[in-house]
Ligand binder design. Structure first.
Ligand code: NAD
Length: 311
């Protein structure tokens, strides 16, 4: 297939682009190198892609590039580009979230609706649920995001489905539950915790440390994208979890085991916008897409630690 991957220089987009090339597909990767984290890390993400046959990189903002030209002949579109991060989404920085998450998605959808694309896979997020009453959380749960980031991810998901309904854009949404692994964004918990633990710095734990998350290893998320492109039902959201649900305290214990020494902690007050618990009900992805997570937390963390040691 001929594919377009937005956010191709990012954590997930770069892994996905590599997997597509490995599967014999061709890829146009688009990324504007937002300054949320250093360009140098994104350039390293691209190292295995640049110059490879079948891969074309286009530097530019989705709101400014010539989308009709870039989408010419595209069969699968994977929309990974976004302004990520929950904590930065309060205050003045919110306009960055509306620009990159809502407006950029709307412009992509406008362009896609005029093209014979077979599937558009949108990277949604578990943060659209907020503090869901039910855990594991099924897709029918009414989304009630508790952060401005979650609000913009949900708005973009609604846009995808509005274009699916009105213009038959074959859009599906994958609601990722905290993704980790090699190249993880430097603002994300595992990346920061592992770096601090390696340098012997105490790790800040917000609240009581008993908040829990479902963690999904990046290769499982990549696999989910490929399955969604093949089998996803347009207009449908799918939860993508990794099957590992652990508390922050348990994660730090596991990191200590992998490092061979306990990880020091600094207890701090809970942060606004942080949810207490996330847990995916992946029944729909399992039955409709054939999705099954395969990399457990210990193995995934070991791989991320190995990568960080080599950077
Ligand atoms: N990492 C996670 O745990 C997680 C969880 C849920 C959902 N998601 C979603 O998955 C996607 C990928 O996340 P990630 O962790 O790889 O983030 P990332 O920041 O590493 O990658 C996103 C990339 O998109 C690019 N980008 C942003 N706006 C753009 C625009 N307007 N035009 C072109 N490029 C643009 C950025 O430069 C960046 O390289 C995002 O949509 C995010 O909301 C991630």
């Amino acid at each position: 297939m001929h594919c377009v991957v937005t956010g191709a220089a990012g954590f997930i987009g770069s892994h996905l682009s590599e997997a597509l090339l490995a599967g014999g597909h061709t890829v146009i990767g688009i990324d504007v190198f937002t300054d949320y984290y250093p360009r140098a890390q994104k350039e390293r993400n691209l190292a295995g892609l640049r110059g490879r046959p079948g891969f074309t990189f286009v530097e530019g903002d989705l709101r400014e590039v010539d989308l009709p030209r870039l989408l010419e002949g595209a069969e699968w579109v994977f929309h990974q580009a976004a302004q990520a991060g929950v904590r930065a989404s309060w205050g003045d920085y919110f306009s960055t979230y509306t620009a990159h998450n809502v407006l950029a998605t709307q412009m992509l959808l406008e362009a896609v609706r005029k093209m014979p694309v077979r599937k558009l896979v949108y990277a949604s997020s578990s943060s659209i649920y907020g503090d869901a009453e039910r855990a594991p959380t099924p897709e029918e749960t009414i989304p009630q995001p508790v952060s401005p980031y979650g609000v913009t991810k949900l708005a973009a998901e609604h846009l995808c489905f509005a274009y699916a309904r009105n213009f038959n854009v074959p859009a599906v949404a994958l609601r990722y539950f905290t993704v980790y692994g090699e190249r993880q964004r430097p603002d994300m918990a595992f990346h920061r915790f592992l770096r601090m633990a390696l340098s012997g710095e105490p790790v800040p734990v917000y609240g009581d440390g008993l908040q829990s998350r479902e963690f999904t290893y990046v290769s499982d998320v990549v696999k989910a994208n490929l399955l969604a492109a093949e089998h996803g039902r347009p207009g449908t959201p799918y939860n993508i979890g990794g099957g590992s649900q652990v508390t922050v305290a348990e994660v730090l214990d596991l990191m200590g085991e992998l490092l061979g020494r306990p990880v020091a902690r600094q207890m701090l007050p809970a942060q606004p916008g942080d949810v207490r618990r996330t847990q995916a009900d992946i029944t729909r992805a399992r039955t409709e897409l054939g999705y099954e997570p395969t990399v457990g937390l210990r193995e995934g963390l070991r791989r991320e630690l190995e990568w960080l040691r080599g950077t």
